[in-house]
Design a protein. Structure first.
Length: 243
């Protein structure tokens, strides 16, 4: 798989980070993967050489599932690339019949600094409420949350009318506790669901959207307690490796 033509186009209120995705194994498979973000929380507005790290995280599981090499024709975090072998090892231990080791090639470059702030993903579910209300109270002493991130486009249960209602209700709930909402849209799940259910993908999928933003720290709310851990796309063995 080749990810190229990475572009970052910004208007006054919204930015779009996108890239062309082409399969070398499936000759007719080509699409444009995008993340649409509020301009005020994007730190990298460089349209000439945007960070390709979100696309490495977004497409890695798909390539592991199909045993297809991944090439990102753009700059990617050295730390992130260095974590790929361990990510692969964990995923293959979780699902040995589904995941396969692959070759990953990127152009390495340290990303620029973010604009600051600490954010957490938020859906109004129990796990995200817990993270939103207790962040900073547990080791390692996280900074207080400044933003909560909602990604409605990864939830297939909504039509357009109910999606707008869900966005409005989520933004209102976030503001009620004195935190700034951030609504991010992406077509990632639209293209990956054919090969991997979101249960496998949601940790990496959310992390890829988070990397497109400019926060210093982002939390992924845990779907399970330590007492009931099991192989899952969002897992304490995986989540920190997407940094």
């Amino acid at each position: 798989m080749i990810v190229d033509q990475i572009r970052h186009v910004c208007a006054e209120e919204r930015c779009e980070l996108s890239a062309r995705v082409r399969s070398e194994a499936w000759s007719k498979e080509e699409f444009r993967l995008w993340y649409r973000l509020p301009a005020e929380v994007v730190s990298d507005h460089d349209g000439d050489a945007p960070d390709g790290s979100p696309f490495l995280v977004g497409m890695l599981l798909w390539c592991l599932r199909r045993e297809e090499p991944l090439r990102i024709e753009g700059r990617v975090s050295p730390r992130l690339l260095g974590n790929v072998p361990l990510v692969t090892e964990v995923l293959r231990a979780f699902w040995p019949d589904l995941m396969h080791a692959i070759e990953v090639n990127v152009d390495l470059e340290e990303p620029g600094p973010g604009h600051g702030g600490t954010a957490s993903f938020f859906t109004r579910g129990v796990d995200s409420w817990y993270s939103a209300l207790t962040a900073g109270e547990r080791p390692p002493g996280d900074d207080p949350l400044t933003h909560l991130i909602y990604v409605p486009s990864v939830d297939f249960m909504y039509d357009e009318v109910h999606r707008r209602r869900a966005i409005a209700a989520t933004e209102a709930a976030i503001r009620e506790i004195g935190i700034e909402p951030v609504v991010v849209e992406t077509n990632l799940r639209e293209h990956t669901e054919r090969f991997l259910h979101w249960g496998y993908y949601h940790g990496a999928g959310l992390a890829s959207a988070g990397l497109a933003l400019g926060f210093d720290r982002i939390l992924l709310p845990a779907p399970r307690s330590y007492a009931r851990l099991e192989p899952e796309g969002c897992h304490p063995l995986l989540d920190p490796l997407w940094s």
